[in-house]
Every structure is written in C-alpha cells, then in structure tokens.
Write a protein that binds this ligand. Structure first.
Ligand SMILES: NC(=O)c1ccc[n+]([C@@H]2O[C@H](COP(=O)([O-])OP(=O)(O)OC[C@H]3O[C@@H](n4cnc5c(N)ncnc54)[C@H](OP(=O)(O)O)[C@@H]3O)[C@@H](O)[C@H]2O)c1
Length: 250
C-alpha cells in the first residue's frame, strides 16, 4: 500500500526486478499483476511476510534474494503509526509500533545487509520520518520508533561504507496514504504518494545519506533540531493545546 506500492511502480518502470513483501497477500498479488501488465519484462517475486515474525521474515528475505539472484537495493518501508497521547494509556500501541518500525525493520535490514556483505555490493534504504529527530507531541511511540531507526541507519552507514554498501535514511513529511488518511489533524505540505515515491527514488539514485522532504518540512525540521528545549516546548505546547481544545469540544 501507500509509499511502498508507488515505489514498486517507479522501480519497475526503470527496469528493476522486484521482491515485494507485506502481510496482505491479495494486495501483493494484484500489484504484481498490474506491474506485469504494464512492464512485462519485470520479474516480480511476492511473498507474505510479517516483519514482527522475525525468523519467518528473515527466511522470506533470503528466499527472495535467491529467487531474484542478487539484492542490489533493499528498502525497509513497512511501518505503522497511531497517535499515543501521554494523557492516555498507550503501552500496547507503543509496543506494537516498536515491534514493527524498529525490531521488524532492523531484523529485515540485518538479513538484507548480510546478503549484501556476501555479494560485496548493495544499497540499504530505511524509510524513517520527519518524526525521526525529536520527540513530537502525541507521538511517543511513533517518534521513538523513527528516532531509533534513524540512529540505527546512521550507525550501519558508517560501518558499511568501507564494504561498498550504501545506506540511505529517508524522512518524508506528510504523504497521502492509507496511514495518513486516518488522521484528523491538519497535515501541512501533504503530497500524493506517487510524487513522494519519485522523490525518494531520485534520492536513492543520488545515494543520499539522509534525505528529508518536502523542502518546507526540511526547513522546519532543521529549525526544530537546533531549538533549545524551552523554545521547543513552547512551540509544541501550542499544538497540544489545540489538540486538547478540539478533544473537549468533540
Ligand atoms: N504517509 C506518511 O505521511 C509518512 C510520513 C513519514 C514516514 N512514513 C513512513 O513510510 C512508510 C510507509 O508508510 P505509508 O504511509 O505508505 O503507510 P501505509 O499506506 O499504511 O503502508 C504501510 C505498509 O507497510 C506494510 N506493513 C505494515 N506492517 C507490516 C508488518 N508487520 N509486516 C510487513 N509489512 C507491514 C503494509 O502492508 P501490510 O499491511 O499488507 O503488511 C503496507 O504495505 C512507513 O514506515 C511510515 O512510517 C509515512
């Protein structure tokens, strides 16, 4: 779905053979049919895979690499997001977010990069978020997960550089996907998923280490990262006040 689906189409159009993994097999099969119809020479491997089922998922990634012959590019895109405002009890939600966005993402990247080390080449891409730099209000689970993924990607980037394996961390702002279609709050600078996928593809081609988009979000995030805590708290406090206000009136 969402960004992953559009990235698959962008890559198929540019001659990549694809391995597509997610839990909903019916969506994977229909995407494969659509790709084969539009790009008949594209080979597409699909398999059901839940990144939280670590061992099964790691085996599926191995099967995928064997079926395709090699792994040039691995994009860890699977992710979930739900608001976890601290005035509610959220442990279960936070646990599930961390299992998918951190443990699942890292387990699958570990498998992919081990294959790449054996090959002697490859490029790992992790889809983090603009939420991956500071704790955002009402997003304790999601922000924590993306900050952790961002740090992991940065760390392996340093280690893998001398092995000829590139690592890119992608930080989208709001993208119109099933994930954000549930949101009730305003989403500034939101963009369609096909446009986001093309932007991500170009960043991958340019072997960017870290890529934040759109540019308006990049400016905002750059500012937020250097704000002292007192100013950051004041700015984010306005957002929380608005949320709590809308909660009282709803
Ligand atoms: N949309 C945004 O505004 C935005 C902004 C910043 C970052 N991101 C990040 O971009 C990535 C894609 O988000 P999206 O907006 O495209 O969301 P989406 O439309 O909800 O798609 C999420 C994808 O992840 C897969 N997935 C979820 N849990 C999984 C699991 N346990 N195992 C395997 N696959 C799983 C889903 O497939 P199944 O359900 O079939 O498993 C689906 O294909 C996420 O990492 C998200 O955090 C999104």
């Amino acid at each position: 779905m969402g960004i992953g689906r559009e990235l698959a189409l962008v890559l198929a159009e540019r001659g990549y053979h694809l391995g597509l993994l997610a839990r909903k097999t019916d969506l994977l099969v229909s995407l494969k049919e659509e790709i084969k119809k539009r790009f008949p020479t594209c080979e597409v491997f699909v398999a059901s895979c839940d990144v939280t089922q670590i061992e099964a998922c790691q085996k599926t990634i191995g099967d995928m690499a064997s079926a395709l012959g090699q792994l040039d590019l691995f994009i860890a895109n699977a992710g979930i997001g739900v608001q976890t405002p601290a005035w509610k009890s959220n442990y279960k939600h936070i646990h599930d977010i961390l299992m998918t966005n951190v443990v699942g993402a890292i387990a699958s990247i570990e498998t992919a990069k081990d294959i790449m080390i054996k090959q002697g080449f490859g490029h790992v891409v992790g889809v983090s978020s603009v939420a991956g730099f500071r704790g955002l209000p009402t997003s304790s689970g999601y922000s924590t997960s993306k900050v952790a993924l961002t740090a992991y990607l940065e760390s392996i980037r340093l280690d893998l550089k001398k092995m000829g394996i590139g690592v890119t961390s992608i930080h989208p702002g709001f993208v119109d996907t099933p994930m954000t279609q549930k949101n009730k709050y305003a989403m500034p600078f939101i963009m369609p998923a096909d446009q986001a996928a093309l932007i991500i593809y170009k960043a991958i081609q340019r072997k960017k280490r870290r890529f934040i988009f759109p540019w308006q979000m990049k400016v905002l995030i750059t500012l937020m990262r250097i704000l002292p805590d007192c100013l950051y708290d004041a700015l984010m406090g306005l957002f929380i006040k608005r949320l709590q206000g809308s909660k009282k009136t709803s």
